[in-house]
Structures are given as C-alpha cells and as structure tokens.
Design a protein around this ligand. Structure first.
Ligand SMILES: *[C@@H]1O[C@H](CO)[C@@H](O)[C@H](O)[C@H]1NC(C)=O
Ligand SMILES: *[C@@H]1O[C@H](CO)[C@@H](O)[C@H](O)[C@H]1NC(C)=O
Ligand SMILES: *[C@@H]1O[C@H](CO)[C@@H](O)[C@H](O)[C@H]1NC(C)=O
Ligand SMILES: *[C@@H]1O[C@H](CO)[C@@H](O)[C@H](O)[C@H]1NC(C)=O
Ligand SMILES: *[C@@H]1O[C@H](CO)[C@@H](O)[C@H](O)[C@H]1NC(C)=O
Ligand SMILES: *[C@@H]1O[C@H](CO)[C@@H](O)[C@H](O)[C@H]1NC(C)=O
Length: 200
C-alpha cells in the first residue's frame, strides 16, 4: 500500500512540477498596423495612466510625471502628427505644443520627436479606448498605458499589469499618475495662479 501511495505521490509531484515549469500564459504584444484608419483612430485627447521601464533614465522621467494629458492632431503631412501635452512634472505644470510624432508605416513604428530628443515606440493592439505603447529605446523593455478617460476599468488595468509582469516588471516598478495632480488644460480657467508655465 505504501508503495502505491509513494507512486501516486511521485505522480502528483511530477505533475505539479511539469505544471510549474509551464511558462505563464503571456498574451503577445502585437503592434497595430499603421494606416489611415488606425492613425485617425488615435487622434484627439488621451490621459496618461501608468508606465514602467527598465531603462534607468526613463524611470526617473516616469517617476517625475505626476499627471499628463496629450492630444494628437494632424501634422504638416500624412505621416506626422502634432502633439499638445499638458503635464505636471514634480510640482510644475507644463504645456507644450512643439513636439511631433513621426509615423513609419512599413514597420508600425511611432517616433516622438521633442527638440533633438526622439523616442521610438509601437502602439499595441488593445481596446480602442486604450493607448498602450511598447517603448523600444535602447533595447530596454518599457510599456505605458494611456486612455480616453482618466478612469480605466479594473480589467483593463489588470490586462496592462499582466503584460508588464510578463516582461519581468514587479508591482513596485510601475509608476501611476493621479487625477488629483491634474493641471488646468489650455483654455481652461486656471485655479492656481503662478503654477503654470507656458513653454513654446
Ligand atoms: C491616406 O490619407 C491620405 C491623405 O490624408 C491620402 O492621400 C491617401 O490616399 C490615403 N491612403 C489610403 C490608402 O487611403
Ligand atoms: C504642426 O506643427 C508645426 C510645427 O511643429 C506647425 O508648423 C504646423 O502648422 C502644425 N500643423 C497643424 C495642422 O497645426
Ligand atoms: C523631480 O524631482 C526629483 C526628486 O526630487 C528630482 O530628482 C528630479 O530631478 C525632478 N525632475 C524634474 C524634471 O524636475
Ligand atoms: C502653440 O501654442 C502657441 C501659444 O498658444 C500658439 O501661438 C502656436 O500657434 C501653437 N503652435 C502649434 C504648432 O500649435
Ligand atoms: C522603423 O523604421 C524607422 C525608420 O526607418 C526606424 O527609425 C525605426 O527604428 C524602425 N523601427 C523598428 C521597430 O525597427
Ligand atoms: C469613467 O467615468 C465616466 C464618467 O463618470 C463613466 O461614464 C465611465 O463609464 C467610466 N469608465 C470606466 C471604464 O469606469
């Protein structure tokens, strides 16, 4: 009897070992094909929700961004978008409208050009009300989540966090923004004189 028990125990253990060895089911990050339809689908306003990066300089930036709203509008030609951003960096609200997105349709890549600094990313297939970017800078993984509204559903947030966990990020490596740090948007009446700064 004890032999049979050991055998079944070994069987059970063996089974749980093979189960444990299975990699977690990670949904692949599939880039959105950039065409006229998908590009017009991202026009308009987005609220940045959360981000994570293994690239240390990028981590410092993510940490300093307390809130951000950005808006894409058609740029000077069909493969360029103009960007208006309003964000709180540490304590300070900043609005700028001088950066651009360059669109590379052949490899589904978006390049954000801000002064001389450019950063490369791919838009990841997801809900149409979400804007998930896979950042490709310096071969360090990074992901960011933005959405049409400041409140994303729990399911969408969990889906984003699952992608991050699959890329090897821990919870403590994810930086979130907070609606309480929102800045007045351009054209809105400002409620806190002196805190804003118009950068051109
Ligand atoms: C995409 O839009 C541009 C102008 O915005 C137009 O010239 C071009 O023909 C469109 N391409 C397709 C495939 O519809
Ligand atoms: C886009 O921005 C550029 C400057 O970066 C500006 O010259 C151009 O007029 C803008 N285009 C539109 C359609 O606002
Ligand atoms: C934001 O604050 C942190 C911590 O005080 C500081 O290290 C960082 O340089 C600041 N970033 C900016 C862009 O001001
Ligand atoms: C950026 O904002 C300034 C000041 O509001 C405005 O004069 C300028 O035309 C804007 N530029 C673009 C490219 O939208
Ligand atoms: C896509 O092509 C552009 C221009 O050729 C390049 O800058 C970018 O790095 C490429 N993206 C990827 C993911 O290789
Ligand atoms: C976010 O809030 C708006 C307005 O309160 C509501 O209509 C919407 O359903 C909410 N969305 C989610 C994903 O919770």
């Amino acid at each position: 009897a004890s032999h049979a028990m050991l055998a079944s125990l070994a069987l059970l253990l063996g089974l749980s070992l093979t189960l444990a060895a299975e990699p977690p089911t990670c949904a692949p990050l599939i880039p959105v094909t950039l065409n006229n339809d998908t590009i017009s689908g991202i026009l308009g306003q987005w609220v940045y929700i959360a981000g994570a990066s293994k690239y240390v300089p990028h981590q410092a930036e993510l940490k300093a961004v307390k809130h951000a709203v950005f808006s894409f509008s058609p740029g000077s030609h069909e493969d360029e978008l103009n960007v208006t951003e309003t964000m709180r960096i540490n304590e300070t609200c900043i609005t700028k409208n001088t950066s651009n997105i360059h669109i590379f349709r052949h490899n589904s890549t978006l390049v954000h050009v801000d002064d001389q600094v450019s950063s490369t990313a791919q838009l990841i297939q997801s809900d149409k009300n979400l804007f998930i970017l896979k950042h490709l800078n310096n071969n360090f993984p990074g992901l960011s989540l933005s959405a049409r509204t400041p409140n994303v559903s729990k399911e969408h947030l969990e889906e984003f966090k699952a992608h991050l966990h699959c890329l090897g990020f821990g919870e403590e490596e994810i930086f979130y923004t907070s609606e309480k740090d929102a800045c007045p948007l351009p054209g809105e009446k400002t409620g806190e004189g002196g805190a804003e700064q118009q950068l051109e």
